[in-house]
Design a protein around this ligand. Structure first.
Ligand SMILES: O=C([O-])CC(=O)C(=O)O
Ligand SMILES: [Mg+2]
Length: 211
């Protein structure tokens, strides 16, 4: 489907909902520990509203700094459970999404958006409860000229994101898990959860002893 200067790749698989469901039980910090503390996007990309969290399949989008033509074109390619992962080059001069696009993502069934760049309309995005993660806020609107890509690998916050990767995001930040490592990550995270519970029990014992 030619979209003039926005290239689209649709030849990739989505993650099974049963797999995504298991990732939803875990914090990003524990998932990171399960993957040797790697695969974590740099801490500059944070939730736009407190309490935002999302797990889904990466639909990568590459834009030009300050431009969102490719993001708008990506609306036609969203499938339920996708997380738009947008490389906007960390540019702080223009917002590449706002409340309007965030709502449209949600209407198409997206689980959220992770933006290596800036966004706007934060108060409304919070009211709408659309999980959006970004580097920051600016009221300046974007240009809509392209070029860009949809469904090709992008880099965000120092991590390569392939189409179809698992993305988990919460108040601490964002992790990207290639699907071929999902099983290993879920096994390892179960052990970490048990270890964390043991640490909590230790603290509780100290608290009781101090009473
Ligand atoms: O103007 C734009 O393209 C971005 C924006 O504010 C919105 O999506 O609400
Ligand atoms: Mg707006």
């Amino acid at each position: 489907m030619p979209q003039d200067n926005v290239r689209v790749n649709t030849a990739w698989e989505r993650v099974d909902e049963q797999v995504l469901k298991q990732f939803r039980d875990h914090s990003v910090a524990n998932l990171g520990d399960a993957l040797d503390r790697l695969n974590i996007v740099d801490g500059g990309i944070a939730p736009v509203w407190s309490g935002a969290r999302a797990v889904g399949t990466a639909l990568p989008v590459l834009t030009v700094a300050g431009d969102n033509k490719a993001v708008i074109a990506a609306l036609d390619h969203i499938r339920p459970g996708d997380i738009l992962v947008i490389n906007a080059f960390g540019y702080d001069g223009r917002a590449v999404i706002g409340d309007n696009l965030a709502q449209r993502f949600a209407v198409h069934g997206a689980a959220g958006a992770v933006v290596d760049g800036f966004v706007r309309d934060a108060a409304i995005i919070e009211e709408l409860r659309v999980p959006v993660f970004a580097r920051g806020l600016t009221p300046a609107g974007p240009f809509k000229n392209g070029p860009g890509t949809i469904g090709e690998a992008v880099a965000i916050g120092g991590v390569v994101v392939n189409p179809g990767d698992i993305v988990a995001a919460d108040g601490d930040g964002v992790i990207v898990v290639p699907p071929h490592r999902a099983e290993e990550a879920l096994e390892a995270v179960a052990e970490i959860v048990a270890r964390e519970a043991a640490l909590d029990a230790e603290v509780e014992a100290l608290r009781s002893a101090a009473r």
